[in-house]
Design a protein around this ligand. Structure first.
Ligand code: PA5
Length: 480
């Protein structure tokens, strides 16, 4: 009992590293914080410190563009270089779509949809789908799979709706997105007429090339450019993320303002002991390389953050998983998954570490209710905030997992709003660039993604793939 009490006090006394920014000096605003104490304690003395200078020199390379992948660093200064006029234009387009559409379908895959979906789901009522009273259009996502049933059911749902489409593809040739766009465009034109369709279809794509650009120019769709020097998974703070987010009625100025504070707080002028992106990059590499832990699990205790984890998995998986190296990014939603994955995390192969997204303040208040019969024995919780119970589940889980040999990193978010989501996004992006460079890979390319496409096109006899088609057919028949 005494030990348990001192553990709880110890856990509560931890002083995390919080991002410090110049711009918020005069505002009463906190920032997201990073607590690595329960991960550092797994490392031998000096190991984490060894990664400090490495992280700072990797950060310098990210900012100076002195290493491989430097043609994809356009995201680094996006928040500080965003003009108010640009945001006004996005908001104006969003207004137009909102006024003319009950439903807006965002067609895109990977970096062309995960960021906006993450922010929109984090900020939306969990039951918006069922309770939407028409204040905001319903935002749906397509073009991120080749599921025939998914597409058929989507088209069926849209049959009696006024809908618009945001077609997002940097290359303009991605099969999943192009397929969805073909179907949606035709249905939109059929249902709403060509003229209205022209108003409610928007393209976000390359400045010059690709099918999405050509169609947009031919049809006169409003279009936005994905900067050449910003890769898909780093593009949420470009129109790729901003337009869908604005269409959902969310405050993109606050999103950018939050990201901007984090741009400052994680720049080379901020030393390692205060630089949370550099610290996160350092600790995860130290755990990976020194302890050999190959899997990082991003855990949340708020189901609204599910898609933040999906976005994070792409960011880190696609950036670091190359040259036969890289931490495997996984994710869980707690406490839900404590009842499915909890056993493995507590007691399975010790190849994991955990990063927890902890939200300090919820948006609603509910108290644990009384029950006269108390058959479940839970009346001792009567009158407590549900969030207090959740927080104790979080703390209890942290202690249990640490006891079970799982290093624990904790990121605290004051509350879920656009400002802190902007901070979180930029924090992770910056840390990802730093982490990739510490690992000695190019974090900004994704050569491995082409392999499945090559096989798929060969199997589907795409013109130009004749040699590959022949080879793959021979391979398949020889393995029969
Ligand atoms: O991060 C990336 O580069 C990828 O996830 C792409 O965003 C994804 O493959 C979609 O590509 P595109 O935008 O060209 O359709």
């Amino acid at each position: 009992m005494k030990l348990l009490t001192s553990c709880i006090i110890g856990a509560l006394l931890v002083l995390p590293s919080c991002a410090k920014t110049k711009t918020d000096k005069n505002k009463d605003m906190s920032n997201i914080c990073l607590d690595i104490s329960k991960a550092k304690s797994f490392l031998k003395e000096g190991v984490y410190e060894y990664y400090g200078p490495k992280a700072m020199s990797a950060l310098k390379a990210v900012e100076d563009g002195t290493r491989e992948g430097n043609d994809f660093l356009g995201w680094v200064n996006l928040p500080s270089s965003m003009t108010p006029e640009f945001l006004v234009d996005i908001k104006e387009e969003a207004r137009l779509l909102r006024e003319n559409c009950q439903v807006i379908v965002v067609a895109g895959i990977g970096g062309s949809y995960l960021g906006s979906r993450a922010v929109i789901e984090a900020m939306s009522n969990s039951f918006q789908w069922l309770t939407n009273k028409g204040e905001n259009p319903t935002i749906l996502f397509a073009g991120n799979n080749i599921g025939e049933d998914y597409l058929a059911e989507l088209c069926d749902y849209l049959k009696d709706k006024t809908f618009g489409v945001i077609n997002i593809s940097k290359s303009g040739t991605t099969t999943e997105t192009a397929l969805a766009f073909r179907l949606l465009r035709k249905q939109c034109e059929d249902q709403r007429g060509k003229e209205m369709a022209r108003k409610v279809i928007v393209a976000i794509t390359d400045a010059k090339k690709g099918a999405a650009r050509v169609t947009a120019d031919q049809e006169g769709y409003k279009s936005y450019v994905i900067p050449n020097n910003v890769g898909g998974r780093f593009s949420v703070l470009t129109p790729v993320g901003l337009l869908p987010i604005a269409c959902a009625g969310l405050d993109i100025e606050q999103l950018i303002a939050g990201a901007k504070t984090m741009e400052e707080a994680t720049s080379t002028s901020v030393p390692f002991d205060k630089n949370i992106s550099a610290q996160y990059a350092a600790i995860r590499n130290a755990i990976y390389m020194d302890l050999g832990k190959k899997i990082e699990i991003l855990a949340n205790f708020q189901p609204k953050l599910h898609f933040i984890a999906e976005w994070w998995k792409q960011l880190y998986g696609e950036s670091e998983g190359k040259d036969q190296k890289g931490i495997f990014p996984a994710s869980v939603d707690f406490t839900t998954d404590l009842h499915s994955m909890g056993q493995w995390i507590q007691d399975g192969e010790r190849s994991i570490f955990e990063t927890v997204l902890s939200v300090e303040k919820t948006q609603h208040t509910i108290y644990f209710p009384h029950d006269d019969q108390n058959l479940d024995g839970l009346n001792f919780l009567e009158g407590k905030r549900v969030d207090e119970v959740n927080k104790m589940a979080e703390l209890g889980t942290q202690l249990a997992h640490v006891d079970g040999g799982v290093p624990n990193i904790r990121i605290t978010i004051p509350e879920i709003n656009e400002y802190y989501l902007g901070q979180l996004i930029y924090f992770f992006e910056k840390a990802c660039g730093i982490s990739g460079y510490i690992l000695n890979v190019n974090p900004f390319n994704q050569p491995g993604v082409e392999a499945y496409k090559k096989n798929m096109f060969a199997l589907l006899n795409k013109p130009g793939y004749e040699t590959e088609s022949k080879a793959i057919q021979e391979r398949l028949s020889s393995s029969k």
